[in-house]
Each structure stands twice: as structure tokens, then as C-alpha cells.
Design a protein around this ligand. Structure first.
Ligand code: ADP
Ligand code: MG
Ligand code: MG
Length: 258
């Protein structure tokens, strides 16, 4: 079992225009372990993406207080690739087009990065796994022979992200708005992919603005983030309640002014 703990996390970003720093996360606490799927919901601009980027180690986000522990070890000083090797995955991690690297080459390199030098995946084993996952996601072989993300449509990029997830099999997947811009069929495929990983060795933190996705990937725990921290935690019913009553209702209930 792997654990991910976020403790009183405060994060600042630099505002380049105003040449000032702004605190975005104001004390986030969240603990999860593999076997669990947690969802984070919250209004726009409340710091959800900042949290996922900070967990992954995006250098624009400065931790000023608190800590992030992966299996009890602090990761806040580690670069992104080290965090990835230790089992974290962020959707939209590689949104850029990478010239001259095919999708398949990229996938194999990413899988091997998580394996010891003397136990790299064989070409045969890789192709077998790739075929299996392409079929699950209803993707064509041709997608894997194309250069990474080059000319991919929005929907193709999302599907490809889930393919990366299925191939890399991280301990924890941070999935930020994977539902945005997806039609219902694509949403079902993406959800099927995530659900296929559910089990004792996999955990996911799913960030979404809308409840819809959570009909397909039913979370064990739902957190609501407002004003840069988690203001309420509950089970899957909390997402439905939010959908019915809106964030304004919760704001009133909790007496928040954020
Ligand atoms: P959410 O994902 O909940 O919509 P974000 O984490 O994207 O919220 O953004 C929270 C706030 O932090 C916003 O006001 C946004 O403009 C600001 N912010 C996020 N990332 C940066 C950045 N790299 N530089 C400057 N401001 C940022
Ligand atoms: Mg946003
Ligand atoms: Mg966001």
C-alpha cells in the first residue's frame, strides 16, 4: 500500500505582471492511500490545478509552508521526474508536442523510467500491453506511431493521456479536469480506462468542476476546495449535493467569505 499525505500546504505563485507573490493554497490537508479514489471539486480559480501541479513538482509553485509525503517521505524538494519514478502521475503532464518522438517510443521510455536498469520491459511485452490498452480505449494503432501529441485533437489528447496512465500504472494518478471538452462517448471510454486500474495498487485524485464525471468514476471520498483549502469532505453524495445546491449553498452553510 502506498500513501500520499498533504499537510498544511501553503503555496505561492509569482505574479509576473505585478511583480508580486500571491498565496494560492492556504493550508491544504488531505490524506489518501492506494485503493482509494478521491475527488476534489470547487469553483474556478480556487487552486485545484495549483494543488495538482504542486504535488507533481511544477517549479512555478513555491511551497512556503507544510509538506507533501509520499509513503512517508517528503517529496517537495524533488524534481518532477523523480516524483514520477516514485509513482506519481499527472494528467496533462506532457501536453506539449514532442518533435521526433513517437507516442510508442515515449510510452516505452516512461515505463522503463519506473523500472530498474536490469529489468527493462521487452519489446514483445511492451507491444502486448500496448495492444491490450489500445483495445480497451478504443484507440487505433496508428495513434501510437504518430509523434507525441502532434496534431492530436483535444479528445485524442485526453484518450492518449489515459493510455499513458494505463501503460505507466502509477501508484497515484492526479487527473485534472480530464472530462473537460469530452463528449459523452469519450467520457465513457476515459472512465472505463480509469476504472480498469481500480484496485489495491492504485489511487487517484480526480479534479473536476462538474459532478457528471463522478457518475462514471464513483469516488470513495469527495473534497470541496474553496479559497485555497479544503472546506468540506464527504462521500460521493456530497458531489450530488453540490450539483443540486451549488457552491453558494455550501458557502452559506459553512459561513465562508471566500
Ligand atoms: P482552479 O484549478 O481551481 O480553477 P488554479 O489553481 O488554476 O484554480 O488557479 C488558482 C489561482 O492561482 C488563479 O487565480 C490563477 O490565476 C492563479 N495561478 C495559478 N497558476 C498560476 C501561475 N503559474 N502564475 C500565476 N498565477 C497562477
Ligand atoms: Mg480553472
Ligand atoms: Mg484548474
Amino acid at each position: 500500500m502506498a500513501t500520499l499525505e498533504i499537510k498544511d500546504l501553503h503555496v505561492e505563485v509569482e505574479d509576473e505582471e505585478k511583480q508580486t507573490k500571491r498565496e494560492i493554497l492556504t493550508g491544504v490537508n488531505l490524506s489518501m492511500k492506494t485503493g482509494e479514489i478521491h475527488a476534489i471539486m470547487g469553483p474556478n480559480g480556487t487552486g485545484k490545478s495549483t494543488l495538482s501541479q504542486t504535488i507533481m513538482g511544477q517549479p512555478a509553485y513555491h511551497v512556503t509552508k507544510g509538506d507533501i509525503l509520499l509513503n512517508g517521505e517528503s517529496i517537495i524538494k524533488m524534481p518532477v521526474d523523480e516524483r514520477a519514478r516514485k509513482g506519481l502521475f499527472l494528467g496533462m503532464q506532457y501536453p506539449a508536442e514532442i518533435q521526433g518522438v513517437t507516442n510508442a517510443e515515449f510510452l516505452r521510455a516512461a515505463m522503463n523510467a519506473r523500472r530498474p536498469q536490469d529489468n527493462q520491459i521487452s519489446v514483445m511485452a511492451f507491444l502486448k500491453e500496448l495492444d491490450k490498452n489500445l483495445e480497451l480505449l478504443d484507440m487505433s494503432q496508428e495513434m501510437t506511431e504518430r509523434y507525441l501529441n502532434e496534431g492530436f485533437s483535444g479528445g485524442e489528447k485526453k484518450r492518449n493521456e489515459i493510455l499513458q496512465l494505463l501503460m505507466i500504472k502509477p501508484s497515484f494518478a492526479l487527473l485534472d479536469e480530464i472530462d473537460s471538452g469530452l463528449d459523452i462517448d469519450a467520457l465513457k471510454v476515459v472512465s472505463k480506462g480509469v476504472n480498469s486500474l481500480r484496485g489495491d495498487d492504485f489511487g487517484s485524485l480526480i479534479i473536476t468542476h462538474y459532478q457528471r464525471l463522478l457518475n462514471y468514476i464513483v469516488p470513495d471520498v469527495v473534497h470541496v476546495m474553496m479559497g485555497g483549502r479544503i472546506v468540506k469532505t464527504g462521500d460521493a453524495d456530497l458531489a450530488q449535493k453540490l450539483e443540486d445546491e451549488g457552491y453558494a449553498g455550501l458557502r452559506d452553510e459553512l459561513g465562508l467569505d471566500v
